[in-house]
Design a protein around this ligand. Structure first.
Ligand code: TIU
Length: 221
């Protein structure tokens, strides 16, 4: 049992075997030019700032033998799991399934859809492919967490207000104690990241807690 200095108040950590690190969608499609993020009109480069922080947490969990789950947003090559509403949204030139500089946009197995090399999972680590923004929808995440007896989740990844916040809200509704790593998540819109941090911890932690990676690592020491 450990206490982490967090907002809106201290986060109580159970033993490590109850805690999982969730790394959301740290894919080339979102972090590198030529992928889905850029196709939506975003400057993707600012997202790279969090890579060292996420690496540090990944290593800390590996050192302790604790559960790490990465997610990737992507669709089957036939797009059978991509609702037309998702593919058709917006007016970008390159849509989901189209061929871009890193292969077919947001399609599983394409070069652009892979996790960035800095965070490549080890063979025994779990990667969950998800067709939606939230990682519980149409995936085995719930059963994976149950199988491991997980009750507490640390959230990192991109983007803060889209896939990270959606997944954190889904997890909160399922009874998990969720903490969002402030410097381990990024958005194309800094103001949306800040708003997400604020709304997560408002109202006594309506969705959960936030803390820096350093605060979490200090609590784990
Ligand atoms: N567009 C955007 O901000 N995010 C996504 O489409 N997916 C994730 O957040 N991973």
């Amino acid at each position: 049992m450990a206490q982490i200095a967090a907002q809106p108040y201290d986060y109580t950590l159970p033993t490590g075997d109850r805690l999982a690190l969730i790394i959301i969608d740290m894919q080339r499609d979102f972090l590198e030019p030529g992928g889905f993020g850029e196709a939506l009109g975003n400057d993707v480069t600012p997202l790279r700032e969090i890579v060292p922080t996420v690496q540090t947490l990944q290593q800390a969990f590996r050192d302790r033998g604790w559960l790490i789950i990465q997610t990737v947003e992507g669709h089957h090559p036939d797009l059978s799991d991509c609702p037309p509403a998702k593919r058709d949204r917006g007016n970008s030139e390159l849509k989901i399934g189209d061929v871009g500089p890193m292969g077919r946009i947001l399609v599983l197995g394409e070069p652009g859809n892979g996790i960035i090399p800095e965070l490549t999972p080890q063979a025994n680590e779990t990667v969950i492919a998800k067709p939606g923004k939230g990682a519980f929808y149409a995936t085995a995440l719930a059963t994976t967490l149950q199988r491991h007896g997980i009750t507490h989740l640390l959230f990192t990844g991109v983007t803060t207000e889209v896939c990270v916040q959606s997944t954190m809200r889904e997890a909160n509704d399922r009874g998990y104690e969720c903490l969002l790593i402030e410097d381990g998540t990024a958005s194309y819109f800094p103001e949306f990241k800040q708003a997400t941090l604020d709304m997560v911890r408002a109202q006594g932690g309506i969705v959960g807690w936030t803390a820096t990676a350093e605060q979490v690592l200090a609590g784990l020491a």
